[in-house]
Design a protein around this ligand. Sequence first.
Ligand code: SF4
Ligand code: SF4
Length: 298
Amino acid sequence: MTAAHQRLGGEPLDACYWAELNEQRLAFFDEGLPLWRLSLPNNLGPLSLPGEQLIDWAGAQRWLKSEARDIQSLAQELSGHATCFSHGASETPFQPLAPALLRYHRQLKAQLDPQGLFNRAGCTRSSSMQTTLSEQSRKLPRAAEAEKILRTCVHCGFCNATCPTYQLLGDELDGPRGRIYLIKQVLEGAPATARTQLHLDRCLSCRNCETTCPSGVDYHNLLDIGRAVVDQAVPRPTGQRLLREGLRALAPNPNLFKSLLQIGATFRAVLSRDVEAKLPHDLPATGVRPAPGMRGAC
Ligand code: SF4
Ligand code: SF4
């Protein structure tokens, strides 16, 4: 890096910069004007685009914050395409690809994903995802809602970038897109298994994925519907059921929680090492809640 810097020049960047760019945590990505991602030939050099611009991938990817309505035509004139990342800012967030480019995308996708599991609509079709709910699923009280939500997902996978469980486990089925796919399969009549239940259980319901979804997929409501259907089909072992019911009663009750902690602290000496290790030694005083929009230090 030092040798390259001496040869090429430029300014050294903070080590966090690329991670923050990757996770869209740079100040550039703060809320404001609609955010667009432009994929362009990388030999275009500096461009005068309407709005604030951040250049990535040597110019092949450019982020643009702009109020202009014709970003996709502009990208097309430059032999590229543009995707709108701000929910509601564009009626067609995904730009239909030119026929030749679409053909390349399809060929590449057929090689990388021969079973057609991922991105079923995002890069190869401009229409919404097709769903065929099973007879049984059609009788569910929230069947129409589930179908409507499923049809808004274009399986682009942008949401995976902001999902903590996907970041931690690196498994497609532990990210929002994979979970949506699992729920879709179950609602279309595939058998729900303990594995399906595990992947849905691992979702934290934090809804972080919804903040990066350009299609505005109402993920948390679909998850509620999917979890109920899967739980109906896959009974939980008694121990797990009791634990879940206990936690449901305990977690929202601060007095009960505190009393149990105090009892635990009193009998710490006779508890098993596993349980004892989970008890805090000092309970720090509650701090001030961070202001909305505050960013974590990297
Ligand atoms: S939920 Fe949204 S971001 Fe995630 S795959 Fe579906 S359309 Fe893309
Ligand atoms: S709600 Fe949170 S944990 Fe669940 S899929 Fe979305 S981002 Fe991931």
